[in-house]
Write a protein that binds this ligand. Structure first.
Ligand code: COI
Length: 349
């Protein structure tokens, strides 16, 4: 595939402190941009990372026609670079795009564009467990027109940010009694930008109470646990692993489905079903609730230290051999090419 490429004159890599990265603040030298106009995706370009301009009337600003993905590139000890299940991100991006009435990105623009970009910005992918290059593909409606209807012009863009951990420090959560992330028939399953904006206000209220995140409950009854912050959520009750099923409201997380697979293959009893607040509180009171953890590309697996639901507060036990640490190790070993990948998830660039 033809990609018009314009390289920077002077890399800024020497100005970056790779040991003290604040998630999503620093970007590599280049970005991939592909325009959709006249009903077709145009020739993509790789150009220096820089501001882009379009009309203030662009629909993305007014109606939130924007979807995105989160991916990571990993480097092993031999300097080989890998992506993790990129086909899943590609499919989900276009599923999200369809829901927001946006045109699907062609597979070769996504895959070849990513590969070329990673080759050019290869020095930004640092070796060592915990280091990765976070990739943010996104599509936005750029056509200038404030009619509330789908745009006819879009940009597909990929930017890259060197990353270490996403959540620093302990995570304690409030189980929401009022706010929801998504509703039946809505866009919860899509990585629509607005899903995240809608979380900021309730999350800021949780911060005021000393909690870092919210566990989102279902919009109808607030009795079922759906996601945690920007992550899918898992509960370990006894030795059983429980997580909510995918549906209209819940993101089909790639880390989530990888954990379910790894757990099953390690003979762990996995239940994918609705999880009620009362069941989890009862398990906590009975000493059966061993772990809660969130999963996502950025956070990988994030143990939750404690939760609150109205007046009930609970601190999770500290376990020597937690499921969270075992799954994380297994996942990272696959991602960093430190173990066999029997699933075919690791894709060499
Ligand atoms: C990810 O985990 O990659 C996400 O897309 C969540 C984002 C808020 C960092």
């Amino acid at each position: 595939m033809n990609i018009n490429t314009q390289l920077i004159e002077q890399s800024k890599i020497d100005t970056v402190d790779f040991n003290n990265l604040n998630f999503g603040r620093v970007f590599t030298d280049h970005m991939l941009v592909c325009d959709f106009k006249d009903g077709v995706w145009q020739t993509p370009t790789i150009s220096p990372y820089a501001p882009i301009s379009f009309e203030p009337s662009a629909r993305v600003f007014h109606y939130g026609q924007a979807v995105f993905e989160g991916m990571k590139a990993f480097k092993d000890d031999n300097d080989d670079v890998f992506l993790f299940r990129p086909d899943e991100n590609f499919e989900r991006l276009n599923k999200s795009a369809e829901r927001l009435a946006m045109p699907p990105v062609p597979e070769n623009v996504f895959m070849e564009g990513l590969k070329q970009l990673l080759k050019i910005d290869n020095d930004w992918i640092k070796k060592g467990l915990g280091n990765s290059l976070y990739l943010r593909p996104f599509i936005i409606a750029t056509e200038g027109a404030i009619a509330a209807s789908p745009a006819e012009e879009y940009k597909f863009i990929v930017i890259c940010s060197p990353a270490q951990s996403y959540y620093a420090g302990d995570v304690r959560v409030i189980i929401s009694e009022k706010y929801s992330r998504a509703a039946d028939g809505g866009v919860g399953y899509a990585k629509a930008a607005g899903n995240y904006a809608a979380q900021f206000y309730p999350t800021s209220l949780a911060h005021k109470e000393g909690y870092q995140q919210i566990i989102w409950t279902d919009a109808n009854t607030h009795e079922y646990l759906e996601e945690a912050g920007t992550m899918n959520i898992f509960f370990r009750v006894g030795d059983k692993l429980i997580t909510a099923p995918n549906n209209d409201r819940i993101l089909d997380g790639i880390t989530r489905k990888s954990i379910i697979q790894i757990a099953k293959d390690n003979n762990i009893d996995v239940e994918v079903r609705r999880v009620s607040v009362s069941e989890i509180k009862e398990a906590a009171k009975a000493g059966e609730l061993k772990e809660i953890f969130g999963s996502g590309t950025a956070a990988v697996i994030n143990p939750i230290k404690g939760f609150k639901h109205n007046d009930f507060k609970f601190e999770l036990p500290v376990l020597e051999n937690s499921y969270a640490s075992s799954f994380k190790e297994k996942l990272l070993n696959i991602q960093y090419n430190k173990s066999e990948d029997n699933y075919g998830w690791r894709v060499k660039i």
